[in-house]
Design a protein around this ligand. Structure first.
Ligand SMILES: [Fe+2]
Length: 320
């Protein structure tokens, strides 16, 4: 039986509870979609553990079942199958957030296996460098918003990288890793400042503006590429020279850097914070077009519009 990949949506394994699902589920095994659960399926912690161990972070379901999935998520009971306190599962949750973000936009099916390979490589790299895993886990504890925000930025950056630069694996690795780590320096910013609702005083702003440099210091011992380090250090630089920490401008900013900066801003606009309501994708695109094109690259805005299928201020239905 051939399964139409375009008709599937992603469901994070961490969203499954020790309970019953009543819709068909599939796995993506290196680009090949295989049926996993046909109809009613009783879940257990052992089963999700096994799936996570084998590198499966997301399940796929038919868009036609979107209402049933929504209803399951709203009404599920039972304990989380993935305990929130378990370190390896928290990292897996970040990686599944990355995949979920990617699967929610339109990128060509021919790149699915490349993305899967990239995901497994990211997971292996985190396991190979415990210092890096420890830093990310400290970030989850310190500011969960930054951790999940970074995973989503990685998803959009890879999708934009594929759209604008093609399937260059080394470049995509740099953008994914750079995105995951771009705000690791927030570990040095107090929680109160990170979640501050009003305006910040000079001392507080100074602390914020240090986070790119603090991030690089924290990662000194990890073998990261020059591009990844540049993404961490320069992700707040802007095309018009109004960014920080070096006030770079125009052609001094690489395409990789511009893509991650764009994804960072877009993601921040579309997620609710204590000080702002989330914009819809169409509203975020419009906001960037109206207010931010002095410092974000219009080419990337156009690519993002295509990925989201946003036309004339409207977002066509792409999610289930
Ligand atoms: Fe940042």
């Amino acid at each position: 039986m051939t399964i139409d990949r375009a008709s599937l949506q992603a469901l994070k394994l961490s969203e499954i509870r020790d309970s019953m699902t009543e819709f068909d589920l599939y796995l993506d095994l290196g680009g090949e979609i295989v049926p996993y659960a046909n109809g009613p399926h009783r879940w257990s912690a052992d089963e999700t553990e096994q799936l996570l161990q084998s590198g499966q972070f997301v399940l796929l379901y038919n868009r036609a079942d979107a209402d049933r999935v929504r209803s399951y998520l709203a009404n599920r009971d039972g304990a989380p199958c993935v305990p929130a306190s378990d370190a390896s599962h928290q990292l897996a949750d970040g990686i599944s957030e990355f995949l979920k973000t990617l699967y929610a936009v339109r990128f060509p099916e021919e790149h699915y296996s490349l993305v899967k390979g990239l995901t497994v490589a990211l997971d292996k790299f985190l396991q190979a460098y415990p210092q890096l895993s420890d830093l990310l886990l400290r970030l989850v504890q310190h500011d969960p918003y930054t951790f999940y925000h970074s995973a989503r930025v990685a998803g959009y950056s890879v999708a934009l990288g594929l759209a604008l630069r093609g399937p260059d694996e080394a470049r995509l690795w740099d953008m994914a890793m750079g995105s995951f780590l771009h705000d690791i320096g927030n570990l040095s910013v107090s929680k109160d400042i990170l979640n501050h609702a009003g305006s910040l005083n000079d001392a507080e702003w100074n602390q914020i503006r240090q986070h790119p440099e603090e991030g690089l210091k924290l990662l000194e011992e990890i073998p990261l590429t020059r591009t990844v380090r540049d993404i961490i250090f320069y992700h707040h630089e802007r095309l018009d020279g109004g960014g920080y920490p070096r006030r770079l401008r125009g052609s001094m900013l690489s395409m990789e850097l511009r893509i991650v900066s764009f994804a960072d801003v877009y993601t921040a606009l579309t997620v609710p914070r204590c000080y702002q309501k989330a914009r819809t994708p169409a509203e975020a695109i419009q906001f960037i077009e109206d207010h931010l094109l002095n410092f974000l690259d219009p080419k990337i805005l156009h690519a993002m519009r295509r990925l989201l299928a946003v036309q004339g201020g409207q977002l066509s239905q792409i999610a289930g």
